[in-house]
Design a protein around this ligand. Sequence first.
Ligand SMILES: Cc1cc2nc3c(=O)[nH]c(=O)nc-3n(C[C@H](O)[C@H](O)[C@H](O)COP(=O)(O)OP(=O)(O)OC[C@H]3O[C@@H](n4cnc5c(N)ncnc54)[C@H](O)[C@@H]3O)c2cc1C
Length: 380
Amino acid sequence: MRYDVAVIGGGPSGAVAAAVLAKAGIRTVLLERNLGNVKPCGGAIPLGLIEEFSIPPELVEKKLSHMRARSPKGRSIEMHMPNGYVGMVRREKFDRWLRDEAEKAGAVVMEGLMESIRPAGDGWRITTLNGKVEPFEAAHIIGADGANSKTAVELGFPPNELKVIAMQQRFHYTPEIERFRDIVEIWFDGEVSPDFYGWIFPKADHLAIGTGTEEGKHSIKALQKRFVEKIGITEPSYLDEAAKIPMKPRKSFAAEKHVLVGDAAGLVTPANGEGIFFAMRSGRLGAEAMVRHIREGAPLKAYEKEFRRLYAPIFFGLEVLQSVYYRNDRLRESFVAICRDDDVQRITFDSYLYKKMVPAPWSVQMKIFTKNIFHLLKGA
Ligand SMILES: Cc1cc2nc3c(=O)[nH]c(=O)nc-3n(C[C@H](O)[C@H](O)[C@H](O)COP(=O)(O)OP(=O)(O)OC[C@H]3O[C@@H](n4cnc5c(N)ncnc54)[C@H](O)[C@@H]3O)c2cc1C
């Protein structure tokens, strides 16, 4: 069987791409190494994503409009989102639903671990490792196989430069952690993460607690252990998971006949490690560009250009924020102090919920700038 497009990887980016292609009448195969895969992930998604992709309410097990930021000195500030919420999903259900949507649209979904992609005629021949799937051919490829993308290696894309290693543990609710049931808590604390942050995400029947750090610099297990101790949890976790997060777009993620989407392309924002939205958005944009390419010969590079046009300012802004404030505890203390400001909260949540950079009025910008300088000089 020869397909028009092979999508490698059935996470959010690949499933969305396959659905868009199949809906457009393109012969599409979605190859996922493990259809029961549970991707290690906090599962926090913004309201804008839930609306855009019509995520069914039963998949969003919590809608949280309160958030607490905690500084290294243990000061906490509470923030409220008056116009929206962070939705909490469980990846095992979420990814399955997305793949089912792709299948309903007409994509062929197969379980197999891609082993090689070799040129064949004017397309590609794909083989799998476990032998469950016979080798097959496709004219075009979308690589959606995550942070360690083998597709990117096989097709010669430049490397994923910066990776964070993140660990998360799940805890059943007990009286000692009951207080976290309805609020997102973020810890900016060098003892929990010297270059990222720690999170406490409530789910319907458990608490997901995790932290991250740049790959190869610190022991993620030691950081996570300290975080759990600092929270005061004495009960053991019932599930531990860890994975890499690519925190910088690859230098190029679109070529003549193939593109990368989601984590495979490195599309996770610095500072907050948000990747699900960008995975689904890039899956959609990459697949739409592929449809135009197949039908009209339009260049696939247009996809990368469009993604950068829409989101490069957000990536840049968050990169600056991370490099300024995540350097030491004095700066983290300042950062949390600045978050107390209502205008800072409004701007942060507006851009998080709908991924739109809305410039604040000059008066507000000046006020935030002055507060920034004040807190930085004062060390909070
Ligand atoms: C601990 C942790 C917490 C996180 N928390 C959040 C959060 O709260 N909110 C958020 O927005 N983002 C979060 N992220 C990031 C988010 O998980 C990713 O950005 C997102 O999953 C990217 O989706 P994707 O489809 O591009 O890749 P993935 O979800 O990684 O999917 C890739 C798929 O490809 C498959 N695959 C891999 N290799 C092959 C192969 N050779 N052949 C076939 N299939 C293959 C895998 O099995 C997998 O299903 C977190 C990440 C981590 C590690």
